[in-house]
Ligand binder design. Structure first.
Ligand SMILES: [Zn+2]
Length: 106
């Protein structure tokens, strides 16, 4: 496979992973909304907090010589800036969410 093919494959893998994560978070969001009655922004805040908690756990698993062998070296400040950037980039153009309201009534 040439560089272009590898780039395309990496892009496809990333897009599929993005969609899988989006669906998992949406599923958890809907479940929490329906079972707690908390307002949407509060539930989204809990989702963001959960990402932070997962970051802390995964980063901790990569500390020291007994950590994960994948080679990732967590840099909290820079890593959290990346996470902030991902949130900002994803919400830069807000989609039409009327379907979500309809889905909530299903
Ligand atoms: Zn690792």
């Amino acid at each position: 496979m040439d560089d272009r093919g590898q780039h395309r494959e990496a892009h496809t893998v990333r897009a599929a992973a993005h969609e899988k994560m989006r669906q998992a978070v949406l599923c958890a969001f809907c479940h929490v909304i329906q079972t707690t009655g908390l307002p949407p922004l509060e539930v989204l805040g809990l989702a963001a907090a959960a990402i932070g908690a997962v970051y802390k756990d995964v980063a901790a698993a990569h500390q020291g010589s007994t950590g994960c062998p994948c080679g990732w070296d967590p840099q909290a400040e820079a890593d959290i800036a990346v996470l902030h950037g991902a949130l900002a980039a994803e919400t830069a153009s807000l989609p039409d969410l009327r379907w979500l309201k309809a889905a909530g009534k299903a």
